[in-house]
Write a protein that binds this ligand. Structure first.
Ligand code: F0G
Length: 460
């Protein structure tokens, strides 16, 4: 059969609101052209993030009913710990409420002023947690990974020569670990090859530095390896995932992605001393180390999610549906980041709306137009999120890329939802000349994209 179907039936439905343009115009004006300020109830298709938005399975919901809510040593913890150990092979598994808590605990111990943390790319919460300790977060992505149109099967790979130079330049005690983000979210959800993980491990080993994975999307990365890496096609994806973890000395994990849960995460470690210190910090900020800021029922759902995410029918459907969105947009001439990553399709606003000047937030303008056209919510990853203002003129400075990320929640939308998104974007593309730029009318001193107020800019 040619058609890849959703490998599930729908048992519970959640209504979504179908709105008209007049309603959406009112909502967007009330939200000051900031989609973070739009109520989710006014969104028809929500592609803001793939984090914490998965639909749980009947098995997960039934596991939730058997959650053991004991404060210490709950049965649910031991079930979760077993699943996570079987998968990762790490000696210590410490649950936390989400990925950034694992980052905060890890870098709170190994970070600090004068330290350097090399990675392919740090996700923004990872970078923030590294920098908060006074350490430097270094992105050493291969050059292909920074080019939005260059084709390469593993655009998430770390530049091995740059890594070698970094470890030679800095003393071993200044580099607490090397981090590989799989898949590389900040670079478009691009995978890291097994060969690259092996080579990065060999370099790190030689310099006596541990290798860690930011494993949020480990299953998607493992599936990319199966599809694209020579010699991997016939291996079960679970084996590939296990090998990825076996090459590392630890991991941070946001289970809100490939854990198929709405909340949860963990820290995986092999180093006994580090684990003692991490557990002590966990008690301080998350809770006793057998629940780590989660309810027993959350641990049950996470254990089950970690098993289901490696089912190959699920991964095949996930890849096909993300690639389907990308392919149909590409066929219609819509400029997107290539190749399509695992969890999202990114519209390239610079080529989509070239008439909007960089200072007028082209990607935010495009994201707003998608909402107005069809009630679709994506997220701007461009000068609103990353830009800074020129201290002389007060004008925004341009950034490397102006993107709108359309992240696909796991197991939530069907093909007709995706068809609707394709049609809407094609319509917006046809009338792209009419899209107007925006200007900021108020903003916070940091992380302004979450709360900024904007309005259409009128230029003569
Ligand atoms: N690392 C990566 C690669 C991520 O994508 C995220 C979250 C985190 C760490 C932090 O995990 O949210 O559980 O604390 N990414 C979300 C996103 C927010 O929309 O891409 P968290």
């Amino acid at each position: 059969m040619k058609t890849i179907i959703e490998p599930f039936r729908i048992k519970v439905v959640e209504p979504i609101k179908i709105t008209d343009r007049a309603c959406r115009e009112r909502v967007l004006a009330e939200a000051h052209h900031n989609l973070f300020l739009v109520h989710a109830a006014d969104v028809t298709i929500d592609l803001l993030t793939d984090s914490g938005t998965a639909a749980m399975s009947a098995e997960q919901w039934s596991a939730i009913m058997s959650g053991d809510e004991s404060y210490a040593g709950s049965r649910s913890f031991y079930r979760f710990e077993k699943v996570a150990k079987d998968l990762t092979g790490f000696t210590h598994i410490i649950p936390v409420h989400q990925g950034r808590a694992a980052e905060k605990i890890l870098f709170g111990i190994v970070g600090g002023a004068g330290k350097v943390v090399p990675a392919n790319s740090h996700f923004d919460t990872t970078r923030a947690n590294v920098e908060y300790t006074g350490a430097q977060a270094l992105d050493l992505l291969i050059p292909e990974g920074r080019d939005p149109v260059r084709d390469h099967p593993f655009k998430g790979n770390i530049d091995l020569e740059a890594l070698e130079n970094c470890l030679e330049t800095h003393r071993r005690d200044r580099v607490p670990l090397v981090l590989l983000t799989v898949t590389n979210n900040s670079g478009g959800g691009q995978p890291v090859s097994l060969e690259n993980i092996r080579a990065a491990r060999a370099i790190a080993r030689r310099h006596g530095v541990p290798l860690f994975l930011d494993a949020c999307r480990f299953a998607e990365n493992a599936y990319f390896i199966k599809l694209r890496e020579p010699g991997q096609a016939t291996r079960p994806v679970r084996d590939i995932a296990r090998e990825m973890f076996s090459l590392a000395d630890g991991c941070t994990m946001s289970a809100k992605k490939d854990g198929l849960v709405n909340i949860g995460g963990f820290l995986g470690l092999n180093d006994d001393d580090l684990a003692v210190r991490a557990r002590n910090l966990t008690i301080l900020i998350e809770g006793f180390p057998t629940y780590g800021g989660l309810a027993g029922r959350d641990l049950e759902a996470m254990a089950q999610g970690l098993l289901e995410v490696l089912e190959e029918d699920y991964l095949n459907y996930r890849f096909i549906s993300t690639a389907y969105l990308g392919r149909h947009l590409q066929e219609a001439g819509v400029p997107i980041l290539l190749p399509v990553g695992g969890h999202a399709v990114y519209l390239d606003a610079r080529r989509f709306v070239p008439h909007i000047e960089p200072r007028d937030f082209p990607a935010q303008a495009l994201a707003c137009e998608l909402y107005l056209e069809a009630g679709i919510r994506g997220v701007e990853i461009g000068s609103l999120m990353f830009g800074t203002n020129d201290p002389q003129t007060g004008r925004p400075r341009p950034v490397a890329m102006e993107l709108v990320r359309l992240a696909i929640p796991r197991r939530v939308y069907t093909q007709s939802h995706v068809d609707y998104v394709v049609e809407a974007i094609q319509d917006v593309f046809r009338h792209r000349d009419r899209i107007q730029g925006l200007e900021i009318i108020s903003e916070a001193p940091f992380l302004r994209h979450f709360t900024a107020h904007l309005r259409p800019v009128i230029r003569p």
